[in-house]
Ligand binder design. Structure first.
Ligand code: 13P
Ligand code: SF4
Length: 360
């Protein structure tokens, strides 16, 4: 059955040629990755969308916020002009491919938090930073309020950008990426109160905690990466002397602090690629990527850091059936599952995204 789907997908790719660009995130399953034109981490994928020129349609094998970002960046006013007024349509093969972390911060909650904190601190001096894993409305909030977007590959540079412009940072939705990054900048855990959107007052903090903060962290996390534990690291080090621990910064602090290397999916891949044969790794990120690295690097010894399965169920929703259905509809002139961000949200989120793309 898979073979038939593969052939049907390839037939549409052949037929549509350069009009079609299939992008895939590194967490996609192998059978989907095989049909992508380009793959990358979140930052690389946004750059690819921002540079897209020849294609008419981007089919995004990833999750909802990535497709939204692609729609915004592929349809920047200068891009549309360069294509003589033509937009690029972005399709997400399964609309249920969301991100549970992105869903942990709703725009109404972020606005309420901002209003609450403005009672005790000057929010003119707070730079809002949203992780790219967030709805476009949150990126727009950052655009409107002097803020910026970051990914796991540029979080440190983005925080430096923010501290050149304000006294404090309000970081959402991933507390772990925010904390792990700020800790590398001489900011202490005590200076990073966590804002719980469900707390009755001041996100569950005292006024004093907010006043003495440097980074206010949103109480959000990735359900996949929070499953990695410090005891997993200890066990591998004990049982496999010389092993190196490579993790994603969405992992909790206890894991990130003791790892040998921490970085985006792009950096994880690069780190393994650049290592000599015989290197031993235990890797703490999504299962499909770790399994692919195992297959691609038989000359190294690669282990999955957790004894339990940590996979992203929403990334996994994109499969051959959904991809084939999306492509065949496209070939027949029907746009299914189009992701289109409204004009107002696009305008403001683009400001925050372009600030990010300009940070080196
Ligand atoms: P990166 O690919 O940017 O490292 O992001 C990881 C992730 O969790 C995407 O949802
Ligand atoms: Fe969201 Fe985590 Fe899945 Fe990435 S791995 S899409 S952060 S739930």
């Amino acid at each position: 059955e898979n073979e038939v789907l593969q052939q049907r997908i390839e037939a549409v790719r052949q037929e549509l040629g350069d009009e079609l660009l299939i992008l895939g995130h590194h967490y996609q399953q192998d059978e989907v990755i095989e049909h992508t034109d380009l793959r990358g981490d979140s930052y690389q994928l946004s750059e690819m969308a921002a540079k897209s020129q020849a294609c008419r349609t981007i089919v995004f094998c990833g999750v909802h916020f990535m497709a939204e970002t692609a729609d915004i960046l592929a349809n920047r006013p200068d891009r549309i002009e360069a294509r003589d007024g033509r937009r690029v349509d972005v399709l997400l093969p399964d609309m249920a491919a969301g991100c549970s972390m992105a869903d942990m911060a709703a725009i109404a909650q972020v606005e309420a938090a901002w209003a609450d904190m403005s009672e005790v601190i000057d929010t003119e001096q707070v730079i809002p930073v949203t992780y790219i894993n967030s709805a476009a409305s949150l990126k727009a909030f950052c655009g409107r309020n002097g803020g910026i977007v970051c990914t796991s590959s540029n979080a440190r540079a983005v925080l430096e950008w923010a501290f050149e412009r304000g006294q404090r940072v309000f970081f959402f939705p991933d507390q772990h990426l925010g904390r792990n990054t700020a800790l590398t900048m001489d900011i202490t855990e005590e200076q990073m109160p966590v804002w719980d959107p469900y707390a009755l007052e001041m996100g569950g903090n005292t006024d004093e905690q907010i006043k003495s903060s440097r980074v206010i962290l949103w109480k959000g996390h990735c359900s996949v990466h929070q499953m990695f534990r410090a005891e997993h690291v200890d066990r591998f080090r004990k049982e496999h002397p010389g092993i190196k621990i490579l993790v994603h910064p969405e992992c909790p602090r206890e894991v990130n602090d003791i790892a040998d290397v921490s970085g985006s999916t792009g950096k994880i891949i690069q780190t393994v690629k650049n290592s000599p044969a015989g290197t031993k790794w235990a890797i703490g990120t999504e299962l499909h990527l770790v399994n692919r690295l195992k297959d691609e690097h038989p000359e190294q010894e690669i282990h999955f850091l957790s004894p339990v399965v940590c996979m992203c169920a929403t990334m996994y929703r994109i499969d051959l059936t959904h991809l084939c259905w999306t492509l065949e509809n496209l070939r027949d002139g029907r746009l299914v599952n189009q992701i289109r961000v409204d004009e107002e949200t696009t305008k403001w989120s683009l400001i925050a995204l372009e600030r990010m793309l300009a940070v080196k």
